[in-house]
Design a protein around this ligand. Sequence first.
Ligand code: NAD
Ligand code: MG
Length: 401
Amino acid sequence: MRKRIAILGSTGSIGTTALRVIDGLNSSLVARDSSPGKEGKFEVVALSGHSNIKLLAEQVRRYRPKYVAVSDVDCVEEFRRLIEGLDVKVLAGAEGLTEIAELEQVDTVLAAVVGVAGLHAVLGAVRKGKRVAIANKEPLVIAGQLITAEAKKYGAELLPVDSEHSAIFQAMQAGRHEEVAKIILTTSGGPFRKANPAGIPNASIEQVLAHPVWRMGPKITVDSATMMNKALEIIEARWLFDVPAEKIEVMVHPESIVHSMVEFVDGSVIAQMGSPDMSLPIQYALTYPLRLPGSAKKLQLDRLKTLTFEKPNPQLFPAIEMGFEVAQKGGTAAAVFNAANEAAVEQFLAGRIKFGNIVELVRHCLDNCNVKSNTSLEELLEADAWAKKEVMECLKNHQLR
Ligand code: NAD
Ligand code: MG
């Protein structure tokens, strides 16, 4: 098993859960192994954080990685003071993040930073032929074609951490690729599943951040309320599993027990179920193909009573249709889509735009962009920069409803 790990974004929701998963795996391995030692354990070789350097320093004290990257260059000096006397190499900025992803001493990279910021590091790890456990969906959305092609070329393994994609990955093992009829992505429906559509555009930050099932970082929590998260996941699935958009479907499943499904050509539907707890997909991406005892709460089937599924209401969640549209278009469309969303979410969380403006801004950018079918990394990054600038232009010119 590959056990030398770098966690990119160790101070976030996925990153901190991953460290707990590693603690759990190590204590159960020690309990089962009569000769506990470093060889038998998962080793945290490198960590990274952005600006929450206090937590990052605590993690360094506890896990003693050999390398740590502080991606916010303004925080590096203070971070060095916090860890004075410790034997750890500190790397700085976006380059530092890529450096730890490419380290020879690392065989598994858990990509858990948020947004496009993880793109170069993910590509770097892929090009070194590592296992990349990928929570950070945005790089796959923007550059899925490139990343999956490079993974094939360099023999890297892409293991999904997103709960839906982990479920699909597990269900896919029940048949061959050509036997897949469709992928059914589930969604809890987020905080506004039952809301009056008229009130949603003016929802407050507090309402938006009150997700009914999952506790996650702020960006993905906003994405779950707009359903941009599901749109991004459609594109993520399209690349991870090499299926066209036409073979992907979305189902609202408020109980969040079935994490997604695969329907095969004979009509058999294979679902993966479990408690809504990210420790399970994180652990599976680290231990695959093995399954080891884990800390996720076990399902009590007799307490579930009902599992319900319904088609999403397109009036309530126009973002989902946009996700299909972008997955079909290909080229630079997804880079524009993702970047417009990242910029709009940032503006919403800063209190500068209304909740309803997020989808409006993304729609505007999609309608006004020049989609290029050639997707070199440079062109994808140009499309990303164009959309972020376009969002700021719209704000400046008061073009919003
Ligand atoms: P988070 O906001 O809790 O954590 C983000 C991490 O990235 C932090 O460690 C932060 O320091 C770091 N970071 C922030 N800005 C950065 C930058 N510019 N450069 C480098 N690092 C930066 O986010 P999260 O909820 O842990 O989500 C991380 C990723 O995983 C996202 O792409 C999200 O969509 C995906 N994901 C999360 C969950 C979840 O349950 N939280 C589930 C599925 C997928
Ligand atoms: Mg998900």
